[in-house]
Design a protein around this ligand. Structure first.
Ligand SMILES: [Zn+2]
Length: 280
């Protein structure tokens, strides 16, 4: 599942089309990715519109267009990648395959949204301001303040810290590997109840959260290159993965329904992990 850095990477794939006009829209209107979306209106407003800009927030993206055939004059295309969604920029001769649910043809290129499993979603609206479904309330994790972080943790004191880091209402775009990376860097046991974190554990978790979000946005978000070999991510996928610090085989626990990889030495805690740990 794409996490915020992968989302940023895919958002940039359409940058080649910035300023360009959409000549033709091709879409699969009956597909699940368009649930609740008026695809006729989407085609009417985006045909002839220019791509003006885009932003990513957590796992979602919002593309802003001028609107050639509608008043008010701005259109908004929201894209959630779900599990398998991807954006690419293809040659203008591109012919959509069965998983290419939306293609915006410009003069020199085709902007493509592909989603094989269709857990992703495309939303559309037009208006002067971003649509109501675009949530501005949740901060970008890379710019999160200590105040927001502390308040959010205090409000979710019962679940284990790993489960809280996966809550999208606070940590928008943080998924399973990023949450594991954060806690490993912060030296905090993932199963520890959030309200039981010491003040220095909270401080380390806050710093690690911003660091992992910023670095992965900078590195993966820019060009899909690999994170440094010193990161946990390279070890966490394999059952024999080892802690990059001292080579201990990583432990695995299910927390909040997700497999968590962690180092029992780096992330020691007096609280013994229950297996699996349920979210309260
Ligand atoms: Zn370790």
């Amino acid at each position: 599942m794409p996490e915020l850095a992968e989302v940023e990477y895919f958002r940039r794939q359409w940058n080649a089309g910035l300023g360009g006009r959409v000549r033709e829209v091709a879409l699969h209107s009956r597909k699940r990715v368009f649930r609740g979306t008026n695809t006729r209106e989407l085609i009417r407003c985006l045909t002839g519109a220019r791509l003006l800009g885009s932003i990513a927030r957590g796992k979602r993206m919002l593309f802003r267009f001028s609107s050639a055939n509608a008043t008010p004059a701005q259109s908004w295309l929201g894209i959630h990648l779900g599990m398998t969604g991807r954006l690419q920029c293809a040659a203008v001769e591109f012919r959509p395959g069965k998983h290419d649910h939306l293609v915006l043809y410009q003069r020199d290129r085709a902007l493509v949204f592909q989603d094989a499993r269709q857990f992703g979603r495309i939303q559309f609206d037009h208006g002067e301001t971003p649509p109501l479904w675009w949530d501005e309330a949740t901060p970008e994790v890379s710019r999160m303040t200590r105040g927001f972080f502390d308040t959010f943790l205090a409000r979710h004191a019962r679940p284990p810290i790993k489960a809280v880091l996966l809550m999208q209402s606070g940590f928008s775009g943080i998924g399973n590997w990023m949450a594991d990376e954060i806690l490993w860097r912060a030296k905090v046991a993932p199963h520890k109840q959030t309200g039981e974190l010491t003040s220095s554990e909270r401080a380390r978790t806050f710093r690690a959260t911003r660091f992992v979000a910023r670095e992965s946005l900078r590195i993966i978000g820019a060009d899909d290159s690999d994170l440094p070999r010193t990161w946990l991510i390279h070890e966490r996928w394999s059952a024999r993965g080892k802690c990059p610090k001292h080579g201990m085989v990583l432990r695995r626990t299910t927390i909040g329904g997700r497999t968590t990889a962690w180092c029992a030495t780096c992330q020691s805690s007096r609280a013994k992990p229950r297996d699996p740990v349920e979210v309260a």
